[in-house]
Ligand binder design. Structure first.
Ligand SMILES: [Cu+2]
Length: 106
C-alpha cells in the first residue's frame, strides 16, 4: 500500500483473516503513518479524538506502522479477524485531507 500526502491506496481491498502483512510505502513529501482500525463506522465518518486536535479516534486500533519519514517503507504483520477496517494516517490533519481507506478481512 502507498501513502501519499492526500490519500492511501491499496493493492487489494480485502484479504483472508489471519496474519496480514502490510507493506507500506510513504511516497509523500512529509511524515506519515498507517493505523489499522477495526470498526463498522464508514471510512470517512470516524469520530475526532476529543483530546488531540486534528486527530481521529483510534478506537478499535489493531496496530500501526509507526511514523514513516518521506520515502521510507515498512512491512508489519497483524493477526486480523474477519470484519470491516479503516486504514488511515493519523498525523494531525491528515485524515481530513483524505488519508483513509476501507479494508475488509473475510
Ligand atoms: Cu499522513
Amino acid at each position: 500500500m502507498t501513502l501519499t500526502d492526500t490519500g492511501v491506496t491499496l493493492g487489494q481491498s480485502s484479504i483472508n483473516s489471519g496474519p496480514v502483512t502490510f507493506k507500506v510505502k510513504n511516497a509523500g513529501s512529509i511524515e506519515h503513518e498507517l493505523v489499522v482500525v477495526r470498526t463498522d463506522i464508514a471510512q470517512d465518518k470516524l469520530q475526532p479524538d476529543a483530546d488531540e486536535p486534528g486527530k481521529m479516534s483510534e478506537e478499535g486500533a489493531q496496530g500501526e506502522s509507526g511514523d514513516l519519514a518521506a520515502g521510507l517503507a515498512k512491512d508489519f504483520t497483524l493477526n486480523l479477524s474477519p470484519g470491516k477496517y479503516v486504514l488511515m494516517c493519523n498525523q494531525p490533519g491528515h485524515y481530513m485531507v483524505g488519508m483513509h481507506i476501507a479494508f475488509v478481512v473475510r
